[in-house]
Design a protein around this ligand. Structure first.
Ligand code: FMN
Length: 197
């Protein structure tokens, strides 16, 4: 008998892995709502809700490819060769849904360090990744596609003065079978502190 990778919540957390190559179908509209709602449960010091998401689907994905790739080329990034552009366009054209990720910078807040706001936005994004997996889809967090080129986030309505852009999630159905990931043992990353040495 095959046990579903999402049979229990803990099993789902342990089996999530990133899937870069995706195709249609994307999560259905009601599923996408559940996925985005999961982000709202992220830990959040001061209830600043510092996360913002931009849903990009359908014909807008081709427009995103145009905007992002042109901006990267204008920036003079030598890695954006014609071959690279072709492969990024091909990859993007197969992905049915992108979610732009951003942290809204709380300029006036003196109590919650910006680092904590960034962490909250990261936690919200992690909830999205897990929710996508729990619903049987795949996702991949990328900081390609001009994430660090200001024109790209500005084109998405995320003024670089007010938002730190955190990249894109590609979301869809895995294009091929996804073998389990090889994960390290937690004990290599954990110590127990029992008092001052
Ligand atoms: C903030 C962030 C940005 C990332 N950007 C890229 C990227 O641009 N290209 C890439 O190949 N992987 C990128 N990754 C890594 C993949 O999303 C993924 O985590 C990695 O391939 C490992 O897969 P796993 O999530 O199954 O462990 C990024 C991860 C994070 C957290």
């Amino acid at each position: 008998m095959t046990v579903s990778t999402t049979a229990t919540p803990l099993h789902a957390l342990a089996t999530r892995r990133s899937v870069k190559f995706l195709r249609a179908p994307a999560p259905k509209p009601d599923e996408l709502e559940q996925i985005l709602q999961a982000a709202m449960s992220a830990p959040d010091h001061g209830a600043l809700r510092p996360w913002r998401f931009v849903v990009i689907q359908g014909e807008a994905i081709g427009k995103l490819a145009d905007v992002a790739l042109e901006a990267v080329k204008r920036s003079g990034d030598p890695r954006m060769t014609p071959e690279k552009e072709k492969s990024v366009r091909e990859w993007m054209s197969a992905v049915p849904l992108f979610i732009g990720l951003a942290q809204k910078i709380a300029h006036d807040n003196t109590k919650i360090p910006e680092q904590e706001q960034l962490l909250a936005a990261g936690c919200a994004t992690m909830n999205i990744l897990n929710a996508v997996h729990m619903l049987g889809y795949g996702a991949f967090w990328s900081t390609g596609m001009g994430t660090y080129v200001e024109d790209v986030q500005n084109a998405l309505g995320l003024d670089s003065l007010d938002y730190r852009f955190l990249g894109f999630l590609a979301v869809g159905t895995p294009a091929c079978a996804v073998p389990p990931a090889n994960r390290p043992n937690f004990s290599d990353f954990v110590t127990e502190w029992t008092g001052p040495v």
